[in-house]
Design a binder for this molecule. Structure first.
Ligand SMILES: Cc1cc2nc3c(=O)[nH]c(=O)nc-3n(C[C@H](O)[C@H](O)[C@H](O)COP(=O)(O)OP(=O)(O)OC[C@H]3O[C@@H](n4cnc5c(N)ncnc54)[C@H](O)[C@@H]3O)c2cc1C
Length: 399
């Protein structure tokens, strides 16, 4: 193992992927994670890993076969519905067999992805229950940094990697830029044991995702593993909407009804779409969605960098956040390995890594912003249906 002392803050997809890739190259590192254990909290719903995104990192990490065991290729099928319930596209009906090509993007539950990455790490890689408060230079002239946690201080790291997500504490050392409200709030609801408890919903959503996009609102119902579905009812509204809209979110049953009745945002939707909201009744979580400005960058600082959401937080409306995070991890691992193998200083290599990441982040954040505009426009559903149809045609032409 290398003598470099590397700290990774955060055991999300970015931090775990980086740790695995470094360990594959015999470079040691420690992850510091604020959650008390791997079972600490719900990790979120399903994510799709793209061939040139998350899958490329897993391939280099030697985990692609493991990924295939847990992923759900059938989860890629989209169904697009207009606000009144009219079917715009049923991808599975138009192309029942998806070819395993460049557009391949199987779904995997975040919990499964995390467990697979955790299982791949050497024992004691992760220090759980370590909430980072601040990072500071070890001494005014040293390139090393100390980490201040809620309960301890760890000294003299050669490299600190902030993989600590939206509200990154490591980011504060590099830039004053903070995430801002994206203009979209999501009401996330779960339907558990869905085949047994909500057979209609199970059938309607199918193996993949059902999307409704409309002016200022969207509904997304996604099949997750473990016989469950998550429905996201989203509105494009000011940040205080959750508090001011007259819905008491602590009463999920009545909250759901108010979303689809009276002057609720989904009151004039088709009955099927209303059922998606009403039948996803096992949990309700409100999420105001935040983002960093598109094209965020900072001046390189020796011994500290960021990857994933901490570097370029974006909304989920292009479905790329995890993928970009894992590609960041892949590129950073390659940079660190190069410095080690060639016995050269990490500084210029890290600066070059960051320049490339800024470009990648800007490109995908721009795509995501365009996706948000499309998802919340009156013609968003039709446009997406046309795009998917073009992809199907191209895919059929290739095969
Ligand atoms: C509703 C929703 C749906 C999404 N769907 C998709 C999708 O379909 N496809 C896709 O590609 N992306 C999707 N995303 C985006 C994706 O979830 C993120 O881009 C991805 O999780 C980023 O990974 P990360 O490791 O950078 O950050 P995170 O997953 O946020 O992980 C950060 C880790 O750091 C830890 N941490 C935070 N602060 C500290 C601290 N102070 N000290 C120590 N540890 C700390 C956290 O506990 C966490 O474990 C979605 C996001 C949302 C909100």
């Amino acid at each position: 193992m290398s003598p470099l002392r590397i700290a990774i803050i955060g055991a999300g997809p970015a931090g775990l992927t980086l740790a695995r890739l470094l360990q594959v190259s015999k470079i040691s590192c420690t992850i510091f994670e604020l959650e008390p254990s791997a079972q600490g909290r719900d990790q979120g719903g399903t994510v799709d890993l793209h061939k040139r995104g998350g899958q490329s990192a897993l391939l280099e990490a030697g985990l692609i076969e493991e990924f295939k065991k847990f992923s759900r290729p059938e989860g890629q099928f989209d169904k697009l519905v207009k606000f009144d319930g009219t079917l715009l596209l049923d991808e599975k009906a138009e192309m029942p067999e998806r070819p395993d090509d460049e557009d391949d993007r199987p779904e995997i539950d975040r919990q499964k992805l995390r467990q697979m990455l955790l299982d791949s790490l050497l024992p004691d890689t992760i220090r759980w229950g370590k909430k980072l408060i601040a990072v500071e230079q070890s001494t005014p002239t040293s390139p090393k940094h100390n980490l201040h946690f809620a309960d301890s201080v760890e000294n003299d790291f050669d490299l600190v990697v902030g993989a600590d997500g939206a509200w990154s504490k490591v980011r504060s050392l590099l830039t004053n830029i903070k995430p801002h409200y994206s203009g979209v709030t999501a009401i996330e609801q779960w339907a558990l044991d869905v085949d047994q408890k909500q057979p209609w919903l199970s059938e309607y959503v199918g193996d993949g995702s059902m999307f409704m996009f409309d002016q200022g609102r969207a509904i997304m119902s996604q099949r997750n593993g473990n016989n469950s579905i998550r429905t996201y009812a989203c509105v494009r509204q000011p940040q205080n909407w959750l508090q001011e809209c007259g819905i008491d979110w602590s009463q999920p049953e009545t909250a759901r009804e108010k979303l689809v009745a009276g002057d609720g945002p989904f009151a004039n939707c088709g009955d099927d779409l209303k059922r998606c909201i009403l039948e996803s009744k096992d949990n309700l979580v409100t999420r105001a969605l935040y983002m960093l400005p598109v094209g965020v960058k900072w001046e390189h600082r020796e011994g500290v960098t960021l990857i994933g959401d901490s570097a370029h937080l974006m909304t989920p409306f292009a479905g790329v956040g995890v993928n970009v995070a894992m590609v960041d991890a892949l590129e950073l691992s390659r940079a660190i390995v190069k410095a080690e193998v060639d016995h050269i200083s990490l500084g210029p290599i890290l600066a070059a890594f960051e320049e490339a990441m800024f470009k990648r982040g800007e490109m995908f954040a721009g795509k995501t912003w365009k996706g948000l505009e499309g998802h919340f426009s009156a013609t968003g559903g039709e446009e997406r249906a046309a795009k998917v149809r073009a992809q199907i045609a191209a895919s059929k032409a290739r095969s």
